[in-house]
Design a binder for this molecule. Structure first.
Ligand SMILES: CC(C)(COP(=O)(O)OP(=O)(O)OC[C@H]1O[C@@H](n2cnc3c(N)ncnc32)[C@H](O)[C@@H]1OP(=O)(O)O)[C@@H](O)C(=O)NCCC(=O)NCCS
Length: 166
């Protein structure tokens, strides 16, 4: 890709007015509309002061992608602040133009300004292409395991143990 092509990607802070575009692009990528999720996320983003770390990308003034990120302090017993990348979405028609890399690059700059050294994310089991992208951009598996507990299953286990103890 030429430098000129890359220069056309403009990165700016994500705005509440971007809501419709955000929901539309995300729905194209994941196959369902996540209105409630993004309503909350954009409100959080608006409420946060200081350096904006949720970003929008424009190519020739067209909204073509975005990412949502937040900084957490002292999560899971860690003493270092860590940024969490919650979502990254590029419109399918505008992929391969360096949009995601420009978004991540600007995020890295903004986090650097906040003295945040780590960016963390999670990838759905059924999104291997996202995994290969993150791998390509330098992400590696974290030194921690992410665990899920189905609370109904936990109740069943408790009941089974109580019955066994009788
Ligand atoms: C993955 C995704 C973000 C990439 O966006 P993009 O703008 O096309 O990526 P870029 O053009 O910035 O690519 C940057 C680099 O990554 C590479 N790349 C892009 N997609 C890749 C993939 N799926 N696997 C491996 N490498 C990939 C590019 O080739 C480029 O590398 P190069 O410059 O060395 O050739 C985009 O395909 C997307 O939005 N996918 C859907 C994501 C999704 O489902 N989000 C919702 C849940 S979080």
């Amino acid at each position: 890709m030429s430098t000129l092509e890359r220069q056309k990607v403009i990165i700016r802070g994500l705005l509440p007015a971007d809501f419709d575009s955000v929901v539309r692009i995300d729905a194209k990528n994941i196959g369902r509309r996540r209105e409630e999720f993004f309503k909350v996320k954009l409100m959080q983003n608006l409420a946060e002061t200081g350096v904006k770390i949720s970003l929008a990308a424009e190519l020739d003034e067209i909204f073509v992608g975005f990412l949502l990120a937040r900084v957490f302090y002292g999560e899971f017993g860690s003493t270092e602040p860590v940024a969490i990348l919650e979502t990254i979405d590029v419109h399918p028609d505008f992929r391969g133009h360096g949009v995601a890399r420009a978004l991540l690059g600007q995020l890295g700059e903004n986090l650097n300004g906040l003295s945040v050294e780590f960016l963390r994310t999670e990838v759905d089991w059924n999104q291997p292409e996202l995994l290969t992208f993150f791998n390509h951009e330098g992400f590696v598996p974290a030194q921690r395991l992410c665990l899920d507990l189905n609370l109904a299953r936990a109740r069943e286990l408790r009941e089974e143990r109580e019955e066994a103890a009788l």
